[in-house]
Ligand binder design. Sequence first.
Ligand code: AMP
Length: 197
Amino acid sequence: MTETTQIRLLIVGPPGAGKGTQAERIVQRYAVPWISTGDIFRANIKEGTELGKRVSQLIEAGQLVPDELTNEIVADRLQQADVAPGFLLDGYPRTVDQAHALDAVLGAQGHTLDAVVLLEVDTDVVVERLLGRAQIEGRVDDTEEIIRHRQEVYAEQTKPLVDLYAERGILVTVDGLGQVDEVTERIFTALDGRQGA
Ligand code: AMP
């Protein structure tokens, strides 16, 4: 890969699939910024900003932040200079409407997404993982009831996205079960082997 290569990626998967862990490795390999809407929201809540105040209750309840607000935040982020080499989106888009909003923002820049990495993991496994994370990180949305709700939200709102990207031929499905390194290797192999890479 040359320095001028650009790559625009999205990672999707149910909460607890290991997206964060894998995202960290993907951004290192491709030297692109990691754009996590969940992290942006959490940072704002922590800093007590206006945005943080607007979204904190929704996030604590495991509900989605309204599309309009989320779209605006990402659109702003994608105007910043550091995304010139590309980016990895994590946690956005999460609804079909958000996917269309992203298309519009990228389209205005003459760009499209290059690949969407889907981390596939069984629901029972992810619920277990998230309960473990709750003890370590103490995230407010990691109680069992909210974890289950977030899985439902994913199934209802985010899975249709996967179909959309599959139809576009940019979906890269990776088995998210196994050792972290193994999953990383699967992702890199799949991305390197994708058409047009
Ligand atoms: P995450 O860290 O990606 O699991 O996101 C944590 C929470 O932030 C979600 O449960 C939502 O409440 C909110 N959130 C993150 N990304 C989005 C998004 N794209 N659209 C709406 N809400 C989001």
